[in-house]
Design a protein around this ligand. Structure first.
Ligand SMILES: CC(C)(COP(=O)(O)OP(=O)(O)OC[C@H]1O[C@@H](n2cnc3c(N)ncnc32)[C@H](O)[C@@H]1OP(=O)(O)O)[C@@H](O)C(=O)NCCC(=O)NCCS
Length: 158
């Protein structure tokens, strides 16, 4: 498996992959991330053209945000998301960013387990943040390697 930057030629595969999950992104949203200056979009592939998953995020100042991570349903529990997110963490750490944030559905057990494994902890809850179906968002954060991080805020509800 290799992890590389997303390119225009990946758009059809990423759009098809997104169509299979909750809170699916449309093609235009993926294109917008590809064009975002402070952003990064990565794909994982086993061999050229066989897309296993993708992720994207952006950073401002010392904080970065993970916006999306999706892995093909037939390729899960094989370390694809871990590889994508570790590459993303390394990218933002190298840019001098200190924390990486994300939001996740409270019912998304696989994603919560994934983020715990990668060192994220909860910093807040956004009630009824998601629709179709309605769900709370857990706001998680992790320290990026080599940077100071204090979890000064106790758990809070936005
Ligand atoms: C969540 C998701 C990205 C995980 O991708 P993945 O490639 O299967 O994850 P990995 O194989 O890298 O798993 C890493 C760790 O996450 C945890 N994990 C992943 N899937 C899990 C599951 N179904 N149940 C329990 N733990 C799970 C485990 O700790 C796992 O490590 P292990 O396999 O050594 O036990 C994938 O299930 C997915 O695409 N889901 C739909 C989209 C989604 O929910 N995205 C996140 C939105 S916030």
């Amino acid at each position: 498996m290799i992890v590389r930057h997303l390119v225009v030629e990946d758009l059809d595969c990423v759009t098809a992959l997104e169509a299979s999950v909750l809170s699916a992104w449309k093609r235009e949203q993926v294109v917008a991330e590809l064009q975002r200056q402070a952003g990064i979009s990565l794909v994982a592939e086993r061999v050229a053209g066989e897309l296993l998953g993708w992720c994207c995020g952006f950073g401002i100042g010392r904080e970065a945000e993970l916006l999306k991570v999706t892995v093909h349903s037939g390729r899960r529990r094989a370390g694809v998301a871990c590889a994508l997110l570790q590459a993303l963490q390394q990218f933002f750490a190298a840019k001098g960013m200190e924390q990486l944030f994300l939001e996740v559905r409270s019912q998304n057990v696989p994603a919560l387990a994934l983020y715990a494994k990668l060192g994220f902890s909860e910093v807040g809850v956004r009630r009824n943040y998601y629709k179709y179906p309605v769900d709370d968002a857990h706001v998680l954060a992790c320290r990026l390697a080599g940077s100071p991080y204090t979890d000064e805020t106790s758990r809070k509800t936005f």
